[in-house]
Design a protein around this ligand. Structure first.
Ligand code: PLP
Length: 398
């Protein structure tokens, strides 16, 4: 059955009059999330207290929810677990990947990667010693830079600023042919486009859930480990809930079975409840339909903006198959333009130095939203409505 987008949209709580083009940064609230979290608070935490860990299934939740995420990213059952934040999961995947390739010392990434991924990689290299280095090249030069010195490739499939998409299948194949282990960051892929981790034979993947997967602010990340590696990993973040028998309280660490060992500490039960409400909506969506609709929405947006706003330069790939689920434009006064848009109810965001970023999520964005956003942006550009002092003061979060 084709995805019924109107029905999905009705399951989100979107403020009247707002065109929300920032689901790539923080997904909106599923209507059912409030009741789901309230139930967990009052019926589970409130009434079961500590017995909730067993009776309400809180302890099994990270792998139960992980299996639902696995379905969205083409991963094998039992290969994904939830917990911590994405930055932590990047660190965890990198340490495990480096350990699988002990004779090499170089992590390869690209200059389009999200800074936190690069910071985690360089912090890890510093900890491991002077032999370890993080090498970054331009995104288009990644393939050429993969040689037999590279231990691990750390790549974010979709560039958070431009939306440019790496070819995961081709780069994974190339990296592995050169003896490197791959870590894929799916922050802007999970819930945005079809991902085929098992089919690509990816080694590790990580991603967050508060963007396209709508788990709410602070929602936990996920980590994928290919089943062929899972039993070989000796986790560096060796927390008690990744132990084979947490409640034996042994003094020595023994890794848990398979993906369970990638757990660290106490899971975020309330936030996972919110995520489950969102995954109930995802159960009604076919990711291939989502991808097709997203490409069509973005093509429509790009055509509208280019026709009406000649001062804005497209920063995203024009070919829908080459980008993620966002459209980006450059303008030197991008920050002020975005503030003017937000004041008119069109919510996107700004990424330094000059990127206006608009996320398109067919779960709750439709053609009328696209046309409405283009119309308001055109008015702002044509009449220089952005050129006001109050739009030029930078807030803490841009
Ligand atoms: C959003 C994002 C992050 C954020 O990491 P957190 O630890 O969840 O704050 C990291 N990496 C990439 C590629 C992202 O897009």
């Amino acid at each position: 059955m084709p995805t019924d987008f109107a029905s999905l949209r009705a399951q989100f709580d979107l403020p009247e009059g707002m065109i929300y083009l920032d689901g790539n940064s923080l997904g909106p609230m599923p209507r059912a999330a409030a009741a789901r979290v309230a139930h967990t608070v009052t019926e589970e935490w409130g009434k079961l207290l500590i017995t909730g860990w067993n009776k309400a299934g809180w302890m099994a939740q990270p792998s139960r929810v992980g299996d639902r995420i696995a379905g969205l990213i083409g991963a094998e059952p039992g290969s994904v677990v939830m917990g911590d934040t994405l930055s932590i999961k990047v660190f965890q995947a990198l340490t495990a990947a480096l350990e699988l390739n002990p004779s090499r010392r170089v992590i390869l990434s690209d200059t389009g990667n999200f800074p936190s991924d690069l910071y985690m990689a360089s912090g890890l290299c510093r900890m491991l010693g002077p032999d370890y280095t993080l090498k970054t090249v331009a995104p288009e030069d990644v393939a050429a830079a993969i040689d037999d010195t590279i231990a691990v490739t750390l790549l974010t499939e979709v560039d958070y600023r431009t939306g440019r998409k790496h070819d995961m299948a081709a780069l994974t194949k190339l990296a592995q042919a050169k003896g490197a282990v791959t870590v894929w960051d799916l922050a802007h892929s999970a819930g945005a486009l079809p991902v085929h981790l098992a089919e690509c034979r990816a080694d590790f993947a990580v991603g967050c859930t508060y963007k396209y997967l709508n788990s709410g602010p602070g929602g936990p990340a996920f980590i994928y480990v290919a089943p062929r590696h899972a039993e070989k990993i000796n986790p560096a973040l060796s927390g008690w809930l990744g132990h084979e028998a947490p409640f034996a309280f042994d003094l020595d660490y023994r890794p848990g079975a398979g993906i369970e060992r990638m757990r660290v500490g106490t899971p975020p039960v309330l936030q996972l409840a919110a995520l489950e409400a969102s995954l109930d909506i995802w159960d009604q969506a076919d990711i291939n339909d989502v991808r097709a609709k997203s490409i069509q929405l973005i093509d429509r947006f790009i055509a509208g903006v280019e026709a009406a706003c000649p001062a804005l330069t497209l920063a995203a790939p024009r070919d829908g198959n080459q980008r993620g689920s966002q459209a980006s434009f450059r303008h030197q006064d991008g920050y002020a333009i975005m503030q003017a848009l937000i004041a008119r109810g069109v919510i996107g965001d700004f990424r330094a130095p000059d990127i206006l970023r608009f996320g398109f999520t067919p779960l709750f964005i439709n053609d009328e939203d696209v046309d409405g956003a283009v119309k308001i942006l055109a008015d702002i550009m044509e009449n220089n409505l952005w050129d006001r002092p109050e739009y030029k003061t930078r807030a803490r979060v841009t």
